[in-house]
Design a protein around this ligand. Structure first.
Ligand code: PLP
Ligand code: COI
Length: 338
């Protein structure tokens, strides 16, 4: 096998041994299939290409000290993909089929699950999309579901380190009653221009404010936001952000730590009162925030002066990673051990 430098992996595509697929036609899902090819043959009028009938997911598998592989909260990803399917009028994949496909893809690519010591993990990417041709705007009658996997390191350079973020009011990612709550490709296309601009200016990513009033913190790049103050974990309540499974896990862990958890509107100015702040997601895990620059108001909200993550961010990060790698007991039943 090609030599993989497990400890220096970034977050990028890597070919692994195989992917798992399942097709929907004549009103039903077929059997799981295993493919070695990374390519597929697709009708040029497929609804996914023209009208964005597509959704994807992201979850991870971890190798523990005991050598066992643990998959984190896969049922929640199955349920979220069902919501995304309903939101785009795609065929809904049953939870059991999703879970069976995840287990199959991980087991068949087991040699790509990074060793415990590397701190890396196996990223699992399910994707579901319309494949039958339509030129009028209507849903497809046929769908394809694929899962591929790849070993990954940290999403943001440097891993668990503080980085700067930026607020820019001239971009929106999603509308209050739009698609932001679903994990569909169009939301990411909508974020590319703003994301690239933020990267060029030296930021990890951009913060979106609520599109209607531009008053409240919505979401940052491909991650949810949380702030910490007075022993409380505070995170936006919004109809235009993705319900993050990592964020939900952190809210539960914060409660376990005896913290107060608040899910509510966060006015931009309230940033000045937070002791710590972070971005969270499967890929980002917790990305502690050094500062948020308000580009339009020429203002900075600073959360770390020494480049180090805050103590609560660190405690949450260690607990979450501990559960994922099997170093801490899985008291909430989040982990599937293979
Ligand atoms: N928000 C967006 C826009 C995302 O793409 C992601 C990544 O999945 C998240 C939040 C975090 O969600 P999760 O913790 O379920 O990965
Ligand atoms: C994730 O955290 O799983 C994501 O989907 C982020 C991303 C790479 C889009």
């Amino acid at each position: 096998m090609e030599q993989i430098d497990w400890s220096n992996l970034g977050f990028g595509y890597m070919k692994t041994d195989c992917n798992v697929r399942c097709n929907y036609s004549d009103g039903k899902w077929g059997e799981l299939e295993v493919h070695e090819s990374e390519y597929l043959s697709l009708h040029m009028a497929a609804t996914s290409l023209h009208y964005g009938q597509e959704s994807f997911e992201g979850l991870k598998a971890f190798r523990g000290k005991d050598g066992k592989i643990r998959i984190f909260r896969m049922k929640d990803n199955a349920l979220r993909m069902q919501d995304s399917s309903a939101g785009t009028m795609m065929a809904v994949l049953p939870t059991e089929v999703f879970e069976e496909a995840v287990l199959k893809a991980v087991k068949l690519n087991e040699r790509f699950v990074p060793p415990y010591e590397s701190g890396a993990s196996l990223y699992i990417r399910p994707v579901l999309f319309g494949i039958s041709p339509e030129v009028g705007v209507k849903p497809a009658t046929e769908y394809m579901f694929i899962i591929f996997v790849m070993p990954v390191g940290p999403y943001f350079k440097g891993g668990f380190q503080t980085t700067p973020f930026v607020i820019m009011r001239e971009y929106d990612r999603s509308a209050p009653l739009g698609m932001g709550k679903f994990k569909v490709g169009g939301n990411y296309a909508a974020s590319l221009v703003a994301g690239e601009r933020a990267h060029k200016l030296g930021y990890s990513n951009i913060f979106y404010l609520d599109a209607k009033e531009k008053k409240y913190i919505d979401e940052c790049g491909a991650a949810n936001f949380f702030g910490i103050k007075d022993n409380a974990y505070i995170t936006p309540k919004s109809t235009s952000i993705l319900p993050s499974i990592t964020n939900r896990s952190l809210m539960t862990l914060a409660e376990d730590f005896g913290m107060k958890v608040e899910q509510r509107h966060i006015p931009v100015e309230e940033l000045a009162t937070f002791e710590e702040a972070g971005a969270c997601g499967t890929a980002a895990v917790i990305s502690p925030i050094e500062r948020i620059d308000d580009f339009d108001e020429n203002k900075s909200y600073i959360f770390s002066h020494d480049g180090k993550p805050g103590v609560i961010c660190e405690k949450l990060y260690n607990k979450l990673r501990g559960i994922q790698y099997g170093d801490e007991p899985d008291t909430h039943g989040w982990v599937t051990v293979i």
